[in-house]
Ligand binder design. Sequence first.
Ligand code: ATP
Ligand code: MG
Length: 416
Amino acid sequence: MQIVVHYHEIALKGNNRNLFVKRLIANLRKTFQDMGKIAVRSLYGRIIFSLDTEDLEEIKKRMSGVFGVANYALVREVAQDFEQMCEAAWQCFQEAQGETFAVRCRRPDKNFPMHSGEIEREIGGYILDKCAQTGRKIKVNLKEPDITIRLEIVAKLVLVSGERLKGPGGLPAGTAGKVVGMLSSGFDSPVACWQLMKRGADVILCHFHSYPFTNKASLDNCTLISEVLTRFQYNTKLYLVSFAPVQEELLSMTPAELRMILYRRSMVRIASKVAAREKAEAIVTGESLGQVASQTLTNMRTIDEAASLPMLRPLVGTDKEDIIKRSTQIGTYELSARPYEDCCSLMLAKHPCIKARLQDVLNLERQMELEQLESEAVDKAEIIQLTWRGDHVERVQLQAPTFSDNLTYGCPLEKI
Ligand code: ATP
Ligand code: MG
């Protein structure tokens, strides 16, 4: 099966274009790595690849995750020979359903003797004649045709295609630098990380858990969510950070209504350390304005002050309903819906502060030994490398976790 891929935005990226196209080609190879032999070429701003399979449904499923693809179509490749072009156009036409049609031609290879308009008219006429012979009712409609037959005249060849399928858009994975994505087991952060992947960023995932204060459900969920997300960027580094020692310190020294903000600030400082290690340039969260108490503008600002890098919140203006829809589409919904114990819900006030003043927070932080605990959290994190292998995701543990013994809550539960 032969497929032609068109890209939009990457065509606009000037000198970077070659790099982007190379990456897109590499990503296509990775996407179909387990589906037999694949041959890929780049021709006049298009990518053409052939696969040793006829499984169109599987191809569609996989193409929906290849960022940078604007649209694609099954394509017939013929010589620059008018008869062969007519025959291929007729075959494509027969595979399509509809009552109106148009023929469109592009001619990046200007050596072909006929002009685009001429080719469109001649091939259109050929199809009309064939329809008359076979009794198929059809009309030409150049404005809004049901069926469009496309001919692209490229280096000594003609590519003929029918229905164009929409790709996911975006930019090819791995073309926009690195970010650290703060991944909880909830609905929002996987979607936020996915959005950055869609813009070409390599997202290093970082999950904070409170084991042994909580069970390991969030760890398992986040690893599975990370595997789902790996489909979109092929390689993922996942940090599973033990947040319990930091939390123990925070619990003993801070009032319940400010804890959420203090937890978040600490997470952001740790994520900044991970970013420094990984040479990442920003931190991504799944926050959405006003969704919960910690996500007011004032609180976001107080949280941002703890970051040493820009904080990206791609969902800041997105409603929950749309986030949920997206999570269903990308395949993280079922995992996010699983029950888990959230490390952030440990020992929080019923009504957390919605306007945490920076000065109050800084005063509290000054009384604690957070810096060392936060550095240790990175050093002791479990690090897992996930690699997309087509039909499965391979897990390799790069660093084993070190869990701290002797952890106790700093204050008795009944006091809260
Ligand atoms: P989510 O659905 O992503 O959990 P949420 O609506 O539950 O978001 P919060 O729990 O307030 O909102 O978290 C806000 C953001 O902080 C999350 O989207 C995520 O980016 C980050 N975050 C929260 N908890 C964790 C965690 N345990 N590990 C890593 N990041 C976290
Ligand atoms: Mg959450």
